[in-house]
Design a protein around this ligand. Structure first.
Ligand SMILES: Nc1ncnc2c1ncn2[C@@H]1O[C@H](COP(=O)(O)OP(=O)(O)O)[C@@H](O)[C@H]1O
Ligand SMILES: [Mg+2]
Length: 596
C-alpha cells in the first residue's frame, strides 16, 4: 500500500504528498478513519483526492493510503433489490451496521459475501472459454436468472467446475487455465472499475422501440432499445415522474435507477416508494428486477459524481448477460455540478458557467456506454442498455452547458414545457420542440408490428399539431370565427389529440399505462373522426354541429377504458360514423326542405 500524508483539505478535496506511485482514479483511504476517496489529479508526488465522505476533522499530516486499485464495483448475485449509495455501499446493510445514516469510513462491500446462492454450472470441464461466457446460473430473484459469466479479461480452458449446489460468492466455482496468468480461480462475482466501459463484441443500431406505455413518447418520440434520451426541464415540470413511469412501465427486463436527489426528501420518497412498487407484468415487486443507486442531498457532493458510473457499470453487467436494461438517471445536473465543484477545487481553467472544459467529453462518454449490442461470450448473444437522463438546468434554460452537451450525444429529446406543466397538461413534453432520431431506424419494426397505417396516422397527427400552432397564430390576429371550416376542424382535431390522447395522468390506475394496441386504437378513433368530419364539411355541414356530437364525451374518456376492453375504443369509430351520417342526413333534409 502506498502511504502519503495530507497536505491540504478543501471541502471534499484532499491533497496528499508522497503519492508518486499512485495512479489516476485509484482509490485511497484518507486518515485512520479510512474515508474513501478517489485520486482525480496527480502532479509529481501530489495526489488530489475527491473524498466521498464528510472531510470535517481531517488535518494536515494525517496519513493517506493508496490502494493501487481503481474505484470498482462488485458484480455478481445480490445486485437486484439492492439500494446503494454512489460507491456501491448497500444502504440497508450500512443502516443495520451503524444506525440510520452513513458514518464515515464505513467500508461495506457491495455484495453480501455470506449469503448462499443456488449455482447451476453450465460449462463442462475441458471447454475452451473466453470472457463473457456463461459459467452457470443462479436464480437471483423470482423474476431474474443471474448468469454468472467468465470475467471479460479471462480466457482459457476450464479445468474444473463445481457441482450444482449452494455457495457463497467467495467460493471458487470454476478454474480456468489461462495463457498469461496460469490457472485462475473464478467466483460467482468479479470486480470492475466503474469508469471503464465493459467490452462488447459489436454495437448495432437500435431497431426496436423501448415501449413505455406513455403515449406521447411511444407514438411521437420513441427511444430505441439500447438508445439514449434526455429529458430537460425546469423544476416541477415532471422529470422525476417521467423517470418513475419509465422505471415502472418500460419493457426492459432490468431497471437501474440512479437518483441524485434535487429536493431533500426526494430520494427518501424513492427509497420508500420503490420497494413497494408492483411489477405490472408479473404482479411481483418491481424491486426484484431493479437496482437503485441513491444519493440523497445530504451525502457529500463527490459521491454523486461516482454514482452515475456505478449505475451504468451495473447496467452494462446485466446487459452482458443478454438482458434488456434501462437506466434512468435523475438528475444528471447534480452529477455535472459535482464535477464543477471538484474542478473548481482543483483550480482548473473553467469553461462555460464554471463547468470544466471536459464536461462535454464526460457526458458523451457516459451516454456512449448505452447501446444495443452483441455481447462478448457466446456467439450472437444480444443485449441492450438504454439510458434516459433527466437534466435540470437553472430556470429550465436550454442553453445551459449540461443540456447542450447532452443534446449533442443523445438521440431523443423530450422537451418539458413549464407552460404545459402550469396548465397541468402532463406529461409536459412539448410536441413541437421534442424529437426522436430513432423514427427511421424503427420504421421496419412499426411496419411489421403495427402496419403501414400506423406510421401514416402518426405523421398526419403530428402534421395537424404543427398546423394548429400556425392557425392559433392567425386566430389570435383575426379571431377563430373567421377561420375556414376546414381550419376550424384542424383546431378541433389538434385539441382532441392533445387532450384526449397526449395528456396522460401518471396517477390514474388505467391511464398510467397504455399498450401500443390501445394507442393505435385511440389515435385511429381521433384520426378517423377527423376524416369523417372533413367529408361532412365538404357536404356543407356546419362545423359547430360536428364539434358537439354526443360521442365526443366518450372519446374524451377512452383513455380510461381498460386494456381488456380495447374493442370498446375501436367500436367508437362506428359510433362516430353513425352520428356524423345522421348530421349529414339532417343537414341535407333541411336543405331539401328549404329548397322544396
Ligand atoms: N404524468 C403526470 N401525470 C400527473 N401529474 C404529473 C405528471 N408529471 C408530473 N406531474 C405533476 O407535477 C409534479 C412535479 O413533477 P416532478 O416530476 O416532481 O417534477 P421535476 O422532477 O421536473 O421537478 C408532480 O408532483 C405531479 O403532481
Ligand atoms: Mg425531479
Amino acid at each position: 500500500m502506498i502511504e502519503g500524508k495530507i497536505e491540504k483539505i478543501a471541502g471534499p478535496l484532499v491533497v496528499a504528498a508522497g503519492m508518486s506511485k499512485a495512479r489516476m482514479y485509484d482509490v485511497a483511504f484518507v486518515s485512520d478513519d479510512r474515508l474513501i476517496g478517489e485520486i482525480i489529479e496527480l502532479k509529481e508526488d501530489r495526489a488530489s483526492i475527491q473524498v466521498y465522505e464528510e472531510t470535517g476533522g481531517l488535518k494536515p499530516g494525517d496519513p493517506v493510503y493508496g490502494t493501487g486499485e481503481p474505484l470498482s464495483v462488485e458484480l455478481g448475485p445480490g445486485l437486484l433489490k439492492a439500494i446503494y449509495d454512489g460507491i456501491q455501499r448497500p444502504l440497508d446493510r450500512v443502516r443495520d451496521q451503524v444506525g440510520d445514516w452513513i458514518t464515515r469510513g464505513i467500508n461495506i462491500p457491495g455484495l453480501d459475501h455470506e449469503k448462499r446462492w443456488e449455482f447451476t454450472p453450465s460449462l463442462a470441464e475441458g471447454t475452451e472459454v473466453g470472457g463473457g461466457e456463461i459459467l452457470g446460473t443462479v436464480p437471483e430473484t423470482e423474476l431474474i436468472e443471474h448468469k454468472v459469466m467468465v470475467p471479460p479479461d479471462v480466457s482459457g480452458e476450464v479445468t474444473w467446475v463445481v457441482e450444482k449446489g449452494s455457495y457463497t460468492i467467495d467460493e471458487t466455482v470454476a478454474r480456468v487455465r489461462t495463457e498469461d496468468r496460469g490457472e485462475v480461480e473464478l467466483q460467482m462475482y468479479h470486480r470492475w472499475p466503474v469508469r471503464k466501459s465493459r467490452p462488447i463484441r459489436e454495437k448495432q443500431a437500435p431497431d426496436q422501440p423501448l415501449s413505455t406505455g406513455q403515449r406521447v413518447i411511444d407514438t411521437f418520440f420513441p427511444v430505441g432499445k439500447g438508445g439514449t434520451a434526455c429529458v430537460p426541464g425546469p423544476f416541477g415540470s415532471g422529470k422525476t415522474v417521467i423517470q418513475h413511469q419509465l422505471a415502472k412501465w418500460a419493457d426492459a427486463e432490468i431497471v437501474v435507477y440512479v437518483g441524485c436527489g434535487e429536493r431533500g426528501n426526494e430520494m427518501t420518497d424513492v427509497l420508500q416508494e420503490f420497494p413497494e412498487l408492483e411489477d405490472p407484468k408479473s404482479g411481483k415487486p418491481l424491486i426484484l428486477r431493479t437496482v437503485l443507486v441513491a444519493n440523497t442531498s445530504n451525502m457529500p457532493v463527490a459521491a454523486r459524481e461516482a454514482s452515475v458510473y456505478t449505475g451504468i457499470t451495473i447496467g452494462e453487467y446485466f446487459r452482458d448477460m443478454g438482458y434488456s436494461v434501462a437506466l434512468m438517471a435523475d438528475s444528471t445536473s447534480r452529477w455535472a455540478e459535482a464535477m464543477r465543484e471538484m474542478s473548481g477545487r482543483l483550480e482548473e481553467m473553467p469553461g462555460e458557467e464554471g463547468y470544466p472544459a471536459y464536461l462535454g467529453t464526460r457526458i458523451a462518454e457516459f451516454y456512449e456506454r448505452a447501446g444495443k449490442v452483441l455481447c462478448v461470450g457466446e456467439e450472437n448473444r444480444p443485449g441492450a442498455l438504454s439510458v434516459v437522463g433527466a437534466v435540470s438546468p437553472p430556470g429550465g434554460d436550454l442553453s445551459d452547458p449540461v443540456v447542450q452537451a447532452t443534446l449533442r450525444v443523445v438521440k431523443v429529446f423530450w422537451s418539458l414545457q413549464a407552460e404545459l406543466a402550469y396548465q397541468r397538461h402532463f406529461p409536459a413534453i412539448g410536441w413541437l420542440g421534442s424529437y426522436s432520431l430513432y423514427l427511421d431506424n424503427l420504421e421496419d419494426y412499426y411496419r411489421e408490428e403495427m402496419g403501414r397505417e400506423w406510421i401514416d396516422m402518426r405523421d398526419r397527427a403530428m402534421a395537424l399539431l404543427q398546423e394548429e400552432s400556425n392557425l392559433q397564430e392567425i386566430a389570435r390576429l383575426v379571431g377563430a370565427e373567421s377561420l375556414s371550416p376546414e381550419d376550424q376542424l384542424i383546431l378541433y382535431t389538434a385539441r382532441s389529440i392533445r387532450e384526449d390522447y397526449l395528456h396522460q395522468n401518471a396517477f390514474h390506475e388505467v391511464d398510467t399505462y397504455t399498450s401500443m394496441e390501445k394507442q393505435q386504437a385511440m389515435l385511429s378513433v381521433i384520426m378517423s373522426t377527423h376524416e369523417k368530419m372533413s367529408e361532412a364539411l365538404k357536404r356543407e355541414v356546419l362545423p359547430g354541429t360536428l364539434f358537439e356530437l354526443p360521442v365526443r364525451e366518450e372519446i374524451s374518456r377512452m383513455k380510461y377504458t381498460s386494456e381488456e376492453e380495447v374493442e370498446k375504443v375501436e367500436n367508437l369509430k362506428d359510433k362516430v360514423s353513425e352520428q356524423i351520417r345522421n348530421v349529414i342526413e339532417k343537414a341535407e333534409a333541411q336543405r331539401k326542405g328549404v329548397a322544396g
